[in-house]
Design a protein. Structure first.
Length: 702
């Protein structure tokens, strides 16, 4: 579907939809180098002709930024979903050249001065809010990119930036390779007692793919990996305690030894981030990070402490309940409960308390049914139709689906790719949404007034086994809703200024609002009943099971809350107070943080930081608190629907329309707090989050 296909190099094609099916590692070096040369020429031309007007500055500037974002996005996306050695080495080779250009663009004095001149001009007040936000953001971005540094310091800054990009890439590769490296082959069925049929099916399928002929769910052999759909069920369901311990220890020491050890990479990264912050005149890297967020370091710490104090007693009770339950069951580990036991006994307690077995629920959550229910929900809330459009755009794997999003008049307003299944040999773990192409007036093709947005939604759930569809855990259902919330904000934007449309230009700590908001609908009666039908019989999920699911929502809420607070706190601690090379190691800091945030301290050998990709390779550095910050916003936003009555269809539609026209439509064109107030009529409060989690209200003194 390219407008003109460049046969020699598809990355340089003039495409409507990226040519994912034909881009290969061999295209990356020549393609990126040609592109960077073209963009360098465009930049030189812009610098020599720039004037402080929209058309002579921002329009050509957006074209440069957009072209690089889209093409580099294709390359990076393929590395995430179709990783191989050739692609890695090609990216590794051209990445420094790409970073050099980004720094050159971000440190351009003529462009910086032109943006400042717009801000200081008499026409400033006449600019729309979106345009003002773009100008202010570019000025701030340039300063954070080192534009104001003298030559010597700028050179030092650029070296740091290059090194940080390299370290981030290497961290990510080590984490993926360490995940791939661990394989535990089991031939004795006694060892896998307790594991559900779906997990055994996946383990046998994995064994088959690794050359163990004749592997079957019933007779094995079974291959356990550190991919989430494999190791999590082992920790939750395997009766074999030593198997759980082996898998748990492998998980918490992933990428922490040998050639794949990320410890030095982390230390180097933290050292360089601190140096970068000092060069820019900040005390620590967290201050640099917060310069582009809603929160300040103090506000983030204050929120985390509020939530920590509200969660602590509940988490202590969680642990007491677990110990009591183990004793009642006469378990040998009752008096010696270890980390590899808590997942297993929590599941047994959940089953006993709510009579819910996550695995037994899988047949009610088949992927096709879940998607239907999700698409019906967004149709009701946001008045959009989602239709399959397979074949319209090239894809990178035969499992990938393509969809068109239409408004009620039937006109396309966006598109998205959906890549649902785990592929441990080539696809990184986790779930994510990313932009492929953003909405933009400037980048419109042909006679169109606006270029439409395109998104990726990527998950890592259990693939179909045999003739069965992909049967999902309830958590996987929540994950799809979560990622689709991000996609909605990208796709339903009405902002035509490309630099702030969709998720672009939104402060990072507000970006999780729509995603976490969507998770709430998984507990909504009509939505869940629409989804939860047995894949063979078509019977609905029994009403009492629904009630138990809702009741179980707050199960171990204190513990789960503290888990996120641990991650957010260690992130802030490492980026505010930690001095690399000092007497305390990163693991000492983690242990210290855990004294305040974990009822059960981690093992001394816990090295989870070595695979904590969010903050060392995922853009969440000094920003992991954003999950909790945005959770406050999302819970409060959902409570607007609760207040009008979730069974009042007319009111829900009206509130959904308002949510779409504010939170989803305005993109980065307005400050997120202002957008929230426009939707909610007031500033956000943490009360709804604590209520949803079944935690005690925050004491006034907290």
């Amino acid at each position: 579907m390219a407008a003109t296909v460049n046969v020699e190099n598809p990355l340089l094609s003039d495409f409507t939809f990226p040519p994912f099916d034909v881009v290969e590692a061999k295209h990356v070096r020549p393609g990126m180098r040609t592109l960077l040369k073209q963009l360098e020429d465009d930049l030189v031309k812009l610098e020599s002709t720039v004037e402080p007007t929209w058309d002579k500055l921002v329009v050509p500037f957006e074209k440069i930024v957009d072209r690089l974002t889209v093409v580099w996005g294709i390359v990076n996306h393929l590395k995430s979903v179709k990783d191989n050695d050739e692609l890695r080495s090609a990216i590794e080779e051209v990445q420094p050249e790409k970073v050099k250009f980004v720094l050159r663009l971000g440190q351009s004095k003529p462009i910086f001065n032109a943006f400042k001149a717009i801000q200081e001009s008499s026409s400033w007040q006449a600019l729309s809010e979106s345009r003002k936000r773009i100008v202010k953001a570019q000025i701030k971005e340039a300063v954070l990119n080192g534009v104001a540094l003298d030559d010597e310091k700028r050179e030092q800054f650029n070296k740091i930036q290059q090194e940080l990009e390299k370290l981030s890439q290497k961290f990510s590769e080590n984490a993926l390779d360490a995940t791939k490296k661990f394989e535990l082959l089991i031939t004795d069925e006694k060892e896998i007692e307790g594991l559900p049929a779906t997990v055994l099916g996946l383990a046998a399928q994995t064994a088959l793919s690794k050359g163990h002929e004749g592997a079957s769910a019933e007779n094995g052999p079974w291959l356990i990996t550190l991919d989430a759909p494999s190791y999590l069920p082992v920790l939750q369901h395997a009766k074999n305690r030593s198997l759980r311990e082996k898998v748990y220890r492998a998980h918490i020491t992933k990428a922490a030894a040998g050639d794949l050890d990320n410890t030095d990479i982390i230390n180097q990264t933290l050292k360089l981030r601190l140096e970068k912050a000092k060069l820019l005149g900040y005390n620590n890297y967290a201050e640099v990070s917060m310069a582009k967020k809603m929160a300040t370091v103090e506000k983030a710490e204050e929120l985390l402490e509020k939530l920590r104090s509200a969660s602590w007693d509940a988490a202590v009770r969680d642990m007491e309940d677990l110990r009591t339950f183990c004793r009642e069951k006469g378990a040998v580990e009752a008096n010696d409960l270890q980390h590899w036991d808590t997942g297993f006994w929590s599941e047994r307690l959940r089953e006993t308390k709510y009579d819910i077995n996550e695995e037994e629920l899988r047949p009610f959550f088949s992927l096709p049914r879940v998607l239907d229910g999700l698409f019906n929900l967004v149709n009701v809330l946001f008045e959009i139709e989602i239709e399959p459009a397979d074949g319209v755009a090239p894809v990178w794997n035969s499992d990938v689906r393509f969809y068109c999003v239409k408004d009620l008049s039937g006109s396309p307003i966006a598109y998205f790719y959906f890549d649902p299944y785990s592929r441990p040999s080539e696809k990184r773990g986790g779930a994510w949404m990313d932009e492929v192409i953003g909405r933009s007036r400037v980048m419109a093709h042909n006679s169109n007034s606006t270029r439409l947005p395109i998104a990726h939604v990527v998950c890592n759930q259990t693939p179909p086994v045999g003739s069965k569809p992909s049967l999902m855990t309830f958590r996987e259902v929540e994950t799809i809703f979560h990622e689709f919330g991000h996609a909605l904000q990208h796709m339903l934007t009405k902002e035509d200024e490309g630099l702030v449309s969709g998720i672009r230009g939104i402060e990072w700590d507000a970006v999780e609002l729509p995603s976490q908001f969507m998770e709430n609908w998984c507990y909504h009666w009509d939505t869940l009943m629409n989804i939860a039908k047995h894949y063979e019989t078509g019977e609905s999920l029994p009403e009492e099971v629904y009630s138990k699911l809702v009741a179980a929502r707050t199960f171990r809420a204190g513990t789960l809350s503290l888990r996120q607070i641990r991650f957010a706190s260690i992130d802030l601690e490492l980026h505010t107070k930690y001095l690399p090379g000092g007497s305390e190691s990163i693991f000492d800091v983690d242990q210290r943080v855990c004294q305040r945030t974990q009822v059960m301290p981690p093992l001394p050998e816990d090295r989870f930081l070595c695979s904590f990709s969010h903050i060392f390779a995922g853009g969440y550095e000094a920003g992991y608190y954003s999950y909790k910050w945005a959770e406050v916003l999302s819970a409060d936003a959902f409570s607007a629907f609760e207040e009008v009555g979730l069974d009042n269809n007319k009111a829900v539609k009206e509130t959904g329309h308002k949510f779409r026209e504010t939170i989803l439509a305005l993109g980065g064109g307005s400050p997120p707090l202002q957008v929230f107030v426009e939707f909610r009529g007031r500033e956000p409060s943490p009360d709804a989050l604590l209520r949803h989690n079944g935690l005690l209200p925050v004491p006034a003194s907290a």
